[in-house]
Design a protein around this ligand. Sequence first.
Ligand code: FAD
Length: 318
Amino acid sequence: MKVTDYFDKTAGQTLISFEVLPPPKGGGMQAIFDSLDPLMEFKPPFIDVTYHREEFVYVQRAGGYFEKISIRKRPGTVGICAAIVHRYGVDAVPHLICGGFTKEDTENALIDLNFLNINNVLAIRGDARKFDGRFVPEEQGHAYALDLVRQIADMNAGKYLDENIENGERTDFCIGVAGYPEKHFEAPNMDLDLAYLKAKVDAGANYIVTQMFFDNAKFFEFVQRCRDMGITVPIVPGLKPITKEPQLSSIARNFYVNLPHDLVSAVHQAKTAEAKRQAGIEWCIAQSKELKAAGAPCLHYYTMGDSKTTRQIAEAVF
Ligand code: FAD
């Protein structure tokens, strides 16, 4: 079933969903099951699986010189999605990115998903590789998520890259896209970022999942601005609890989000590592309860493999 069908079916209720990462290469599927098993009693209708493109690493060779090599540290997104559907009977939402994909690669990936009957995708651009400095699209690839959304919408209309294909099978993908309550870090201003978000929706995106945020006022303002400019699709808040003190700066640095002073103080003032973790969890529970009371269609938790924390929050909120 499509993600948006769940929202339609349960209008007025708040659903719960989770995002998981593929294990580092060499790891097994059991790690994913171990992190999801304790969460399934909360009945998530869908689970997202992130996509990780290749990265450059420097490897020291004999003689002391360094070789720059390209590796994919966390492959397996599509396989994990199929395994999740098979084990739990819930829908899986693979993330599909522009980085590292030609349009042809994208088309073939979508064909695989269609054949697997996986009909939801989160269409995103991907970040710059570590040593690139800025996002560099593949030759013959997409520079923005907007172009990826257009390609998926074309396939939903039976239009493939090869113009000789007539009456191509119409895929039926429900398309999610990313939104940023605190603005995407590359956007010169919020107005422009929202205009590009609207373009993604106008091109066929069916719902929006937000970047994590720690101040609900920012989310509510974002939703209002989206509505004011005519974005009517469901907007799902993405949530991540702080569980360790160093995350106060690493999350701010890596995700370009602001952490409210009261949250930072609560974590700083807690005396033990466990008390700091509890302070972060309590903040996330309070955020979740307020978002639920405000009628969010779904609360989407970035689990990062930490099912114990996610479970504690879900127990308090659902
Ligand atoms: P876009 O929508 O393409 O926007 C990127 C920037 O370009 C923005 O500043 C926007 O304002 C601007 N822009 C957009 N369209 C245009 C245009 N036509 N012309 C000029 N400027 C434009 N990354 C991964 O690698 N794997 C994942 O699995 C993953 N999952 C994610 C899930 C969620 C819910 C979120 C919020 C992010 C996720 N990311 C993931 C990170 C994401 O790839 C980065 O945030 C990336 O930098 C931007 O992706 P986007 O789809 O928002 O890009």
